[in-house]
Write a protein that binds this ligand. Structure first.
Ligand SMILES: C[S@@+](CC[C@H](N)C(=O)[O-])C[C@H]1O[C@@H](n2cnc3c(N)ncnc32)[C@H](O)[C@@H]1O
Length: 342
């Protein structure tokens, strides 16, 4: 008999009211001790404490703005490669946080490498989109939850793997998210997060400020280009300051942080992870090329022509020559993967 057809099975959840085990049955879930049971909305188990807390993102515009449809299989592949390099032949169960509209979840579900997937987000509208994207799956393969990643109701040491793609830098208290991820990961398991990395962004900031000064001196700078270059030049400092600031100021800012690798390494060891890596599989480009691509991306976002950057090709080339192999910077891209081993 399939697992999903059993009348009762013990779930991974702990009752938020009395901390007893929660059992799941085909008709729902309930606490064995106090009978608490979560609301289930279109097959999504609602475990939010605060139902008013929601994403600041525009859910309906998200997929198009982030080219989601084109990415899903390639993205799951990146996570699979990282884990294979860590010696995993497959992953029995995965907890995904901040899944959004299913960018990564869709790929995970289509890969035999990932067996049982527990996916989650804080936003009901995102989870509804996700359900639509991935279609129907048996509860053996996929469970969907509405929850705050900083307050998750799973039993300690429940998962082989905790994943989040482009999520930590959205969370005001991402340290708590990592502590919670550590808690629910089994000893020997992994937590992997794809995030923007400050160590590459500082180069785009530095080069943008050089170009800004040179263009100002030449008197050739129009307003959109000045704004784009100023934003790029200031961003690394602003994001670094966010890490130290009173975080409540960041509540209304969607993209709050860009993470320095060493900051994450120190956090990893203070939480108790056994080891930490920052890795990327998109490192065919040199550091100079990555930096140029990052600057062009911002010009593209504000629909401003960036052809004038070809006058500054020497800066990007110099960056590659000076900061190439010796610093191993080519292994790291503006968006890389933090791999925590428990
Ligand atoms: C940039 S999106 C990433 C979505 C998806 N992982 C992707 O790659 O497209 C960030 C996601 O984090 C979710 N989120 C924000 N704060 C959260 C929280 N405290 N707990 C859980 N999810 C949260 C948002 O609803 C959103 O879906």
């Amino acid at each position: 008999m399939a697992k999903s057809m059993k009348p009762f099975s013990s779930s991974l959840l702990v009752c938020p009211k009395c901390s007893s085990a929660v059992t799941s049955a085909s008709e729902g879930m309930a606490c064995r001790a106090c009978s608490w049971s979560p609301e289930i909305i279109d097959g999504i188990v609602d475990l939010r404490e605060d139902k008013t807390f929601d994403t600041l993102l525009d859910v309906n515009a998200y997929d198009e703005a982030h080219n989601i449809q084109a990415q899903t299989a390639a993205l799951a592949n990146v996570y699979e490669r990282i884990l294979r390099e860590k010696g995993c032949a497959s992953v029995a169960n995965v907890f995904e946080i901040g899944a959004g509209s299913g960018n990564l979840t869709h790929g995970l579900l289509n890969s035999p490498f990932f067996c049982e997937i527990h996916t989650s987000d804080i936003s009901l509208n995102f989870m509804k989109l996700l359900k639509k994207r991935v279609g129907a799956h048996s509860p053996d393969k996929l469970s969907c939850y509405l929850l705050n990643a900083n307050n998750n109701p799973f039993r300690t040491a429940s998962f082989d793997l905790v994943l989040g793609h482009s999520i930590l830098h959205h969370l005001e208290q991402f340290e708590t998210t990592l502590e919670e991820s550590f808690r629910v990961t089994k000893p020997g398991g992994f937590c992997v997060f794809g995030e923007p990395v400050l160590d590459v962004h500082v180069f785009s900031g530095l080069i943008a400020s050089i170009i800004l000064h040179m263009e100002q001196a030449r008197g050739t700078l129009d307003r959109p280009r000045r704004m784009a270059l100023t934003a790029l030049a200031n961003r690394p400092q602003i994001k670094r300051d966010h890490l130290e600031s009173d975080r409540t100021d960041l509540r209304e800012i969607e993209d709050k942080f860009i993470f320095p690798i060493n900051y994450m390494r120190e956090l990893s060891s203070s939480i108790g992870f056994k080891s930490f890596d920052c890795t990327s599989f998109d490192s065919q480009l040199s550091l100079g090329e990555h930096t140029l691509r990052l600057i062009k991306h911002v010009f593209n976002q504000i629909k401003t022509n960036a052809d004038f950057l070809s006058d500054y090709a020497f800066l990007f080339e110099k960056l590659t020559v000076n900061y190439g192999e010796p610093m191993k910077m080519n292994d790291i891209t503006p968006f890389s993967y933090f791999v925590f081993s428990k």
